[in-house]
Design a protein around this ligand. Structure first.
Ligand code: SAH
Length: 359
């Protein structure tokens, strides 16, 4: 890296990325994604995460989501034998909304709330602040990585976290593969191109003509496997991605609720890619974890009782009954979030299948 990139500069993120490319050559998609999302001066999550403007997530859609996840967590605590102390960890808690709903439900399960120590893994200082505001009635700690969470029985929750892990993209060229990269067009605009042919990273292959690879998945699996070898634990990942193939060409940007060109406004749009659930499952099983799913969002939430919970809430709030029913429908309906989103649980060996994953 050159000295030019070590500072906020004056021209914004696009100018800094252009400087890097001009001096060091084109950059892989993963570095572009990392800078756009997490650059401390101009990164999307670091400076302007646009919840409920650029995008909306399940916990922001309906309180029923976090409540069901809270009951799921309580069930896992029972399955672990009700340990007196359990680490509850959320990866990428956004505005803290899901954890607020989880903790409200946890308080209704005797013994569970008192057993919990809550850690939030969050990269963005802006969102850390917002999480503390949302969770002001609770004791929570922020950490940079799961490794910083104290040892012991652990329940990990992550909604729409894996989709913002930086991805590398590879494109087949005859018998060879070339990595997609971002360079400068003749007019100085950011433009996609392809690196010279090179072998794919170890353990990646595809019958398709394009493949995406999130190196962060390997790291997460290593950390979970090491942790769950020492102490019982279970991690729940909810996100979008196919259940039966590897994602191919899925980098997308969202701004003001619309999909936009990912290169048009670096740092000003949310960048995301489909999650490779099959690879996550394969890596986990190879590391000695027990994997459940992926199952669809709709099936998962309905097995946890989404419709029943929706009815109870609607009866208690008659003036909001239609709205409550409609937002829960958004979560489970195949035409909305029900099919595209999936749930996957990765657990230490010896725990029974968690709720929502029964055949
Ligand atoms: N779970 C929330 C937010 C999803 S947005 C919800 O469902 O509403 C993604 C979240 O992950 C944000 O909080 C973002 O800042 C955080 N995040 C993304 N990459 C991260 C990383 N590498 N380390 C820690 N947090 C990260």
């Amino acid at each position: 890296m050159t000295g030019a990139v070590t500072g906020a500069g004056t021209g914004g993120l696009r100018a800094r990325i252009a400087e890097i490319i001009a001096s060091d050559g084109p950059i892989p998609v993963s570095l572009y994604m990392l800078m756009c999302l997490h650059d401390p001066w101009h990164g999307y999550y670091a400076t302007r995460a646009g919840f409920n403007r650029d995008f909306t997530t399940a916990p922001e859609t309906s309180q029923v989501f976090g409540e069901l996840i809270g009951l799921w967590a309580a069930n896992q605590w029972f399955a672990m034998g009700q340990p007196r102390s359990v680490q509850l960890v959320e990866l990428g808690p956004g505005r803290g909304t899901m954890m607020r709903d989880v903790l409200r439900v946890a308080a209704s399960v005797p013994g569970f709330r008192d057993a919990l120590s809550v850690s939030l893994v969050e990269a963005s200082p802006l969102l850390r602040k917002q999480q503390l505001e949302t969770l002001s009635r609770h004791a929570v700690s922020h950490v940079d990585t799961i490794e910083q969470v104290p040892a012991g029985p652990t329940i990990i929750l992550a909604n729409e976290f894996l989709d913002c892990l930086p991805i590398r993209q590879f494109v087949r060229d005859g018998e060879q593969w070339r990595e997609r990269q971002i360079g400068l067009a003749a007019d100085g605009a950011l433009a996609f191109g392809l690196a010279p042919p090179a072998p794919l990273p170890a353990d990646i292959s595809s019958p398709q003509d394009q493949i995406e690879h999130a190196p962060g998945l390997d790291q997460i699996v290593d950390v979970l496997a090491a942790r769950f070898r020492q102490d019982p634990g279970c991690a729940l990942f909810v996100d979008y991605g196919p259940a039966d193939t590897a994602p191919a060409d899925t980098l997308r940007a969202f701004r003001d609720g619309a999909q936009v060109d990912p290169l048009a406004t670096p740092g000003e749009a949310d960048l995301t890619a489909d999650v490779d659930f099959l690879r996550l499952r394969r890596l986990s099983e190879a590391a000695g974890l027990t994997a459940h799913g992926p199952v669809t969002h709709g099936a998962f939430l309905q097995r946890l009782g989404a419709r029943q919970r929706s009815d109870v809430l609607a009866q208690a709030n008659p003036s909001r009954a239609a709205e409550i029913a409609q937002t829960v429908e958004t979560l489970v309906s195949p035409a909305q979030m029900g099919e595209r989103f999936k749930a996957l649980a990765l657990c230490s060996t010896g725990l029974s299948a968690p709720p929502g994953f029964e055949a």
